[in-house]
Design a protein around this ligand. Sequence first.
Ligand code: NAP
Length: 485
Amino acid sequence: MQTYIDQVMTQANDAFQVYQFATGKEKKDFLYEIASEIEALGEVLLKTASEESNLPISRFIGESERTCRVFRMFGDLIEEGSWVEAVIDRHQENQSSESSDLRKMLVALGPIIVFGASNFPLAYSTPGGDTASALAAGCPVVVKGHQLHPKTSKLIARAMEKAIQKCNMPPHVFQLVEGDSFEIGKLLTQHPHTSGVGFTGSLVGGRAIYDYAQKRATPIPVFAEMGSVNPVILLENALKVSGTAWAKAFADSINMGVGQFCTRPGIQLAVKSEALDYYIAELSKFMAEKKNYNMLSEGIHQNYILKLKSALETKGIQTIFYRTGTESLSAELAIATTTGDIFLANPHLHEEVFGPFTLIIQCDNLEQLTQIWKQLKGQLSTTIIGTHEDLTTHKTMVDIARNIAGRIVFNATPTGVEVGHATVHGGPYPASTDSRFTSVGMDAIKRWARPVCFQNCPDELLPEALKADNPLNILRKVNGVYERI
Ligand code: NAP
């Protein structure tokens, strides 16, 4: 195994020596070609992903479209070029002789290992945002293929090979490593040629990868995006005015992808009220209209049942709705409720239950709700549902939310993460191991780059981005003052 991983990483490192110098236009053409080759897989890809995940084909029409759009968005970003954050701090003739010509920009880190999640075989796996952003930055990618969708990964690897050949890129700029042993992930993470890791998956898996990396002789960044309970605050006026509408929206959100979304609302907090009682009854009604679909795999199903059972059997938990399915992989649909005291006394209730379940915490008063809100661990998202009056009265909740999560959602459900220039997907640990750089959205490219400063470098030796006549040089210093060129 070690010999094979050595060979893969040596190839990745050789590819890096060439690929890091590809121009923005060359990389853009490559990323666009990858998107076209994925699209060319058509029905075969959609059917394969569906068969391997138990999720419907319709789901993969959207996921595939999104994945290809992400590759093209990164293509556009790198062709435009300002992502390298070039800064020119020029030597001024009237300054002291020690004053230098300083120019900095972001450059590619090196070979990146990508681990994907079972629940998004296209958007967060072999061809997902980590792969697209690392290739955009100029880093070769080695994907550790997920055991639960090997055929999907192979199809994508073939599409990548075609794009590599068509665009005349180094042959090992993308590699897929397969196998069912965790040892593979450990060896890849600890290999001396590895410069960074992108992981999407469970807390247990992400933490294991992070810990492998801590044992390396040479430290590297590990960006692990893990599970989250995505707490929701339901404020009273909103429940009074639109209790039914929110109950319907949350029933949809809880069941999206059979509850197998990292952004699924796992806990909902509110102060006891009649409006809350009504909301809970309505939520049960809408949950009853949902079907019990099959989960991704036996392991994920077993894990869900174990955690669900542990939550529902906790003293002080009241099950409001529960329905089993007929097939061995059918997900149980469940809603439960409890008091603020019980929630505070049981840390296991604060953890992700990966499936169509939500726990509603009925707090005695606003003070208790605030106490719980403050104690929550790091989250991918938090959501606040309130009328304008609710939100302005409870501004403290928003102030606290900043310290909990990477994304604060107002009056919408947290499932579904848009890909954009201001997207943040990641949050304080245990949502992520490094919340400074998002896994979704254009800023993901910054995970795979580091700044380099060129001091007094002759103009002809400077990278294009740092040459004086490059219109993208965003700043220069004139007489001690920065100005835009
Ligand atoms: P997972 O079991 O952690 O697997 C993810 C990948 O990590 C797989 O390739 C797996 O290898 C590998 N892995 C896991 N444990 C490992 C270990 N100890 N050593 C080496 N490699 C290890 O996660 P999953 O079940 O696929 O995904 C579901 C989870 O992902 C949920 O918790 C969900 O919330 C989370 N998720 C998070 C996000 C996000 O953006 N934050 C997005 C989607 C999903 P094998 O292939 O060999 O099993």
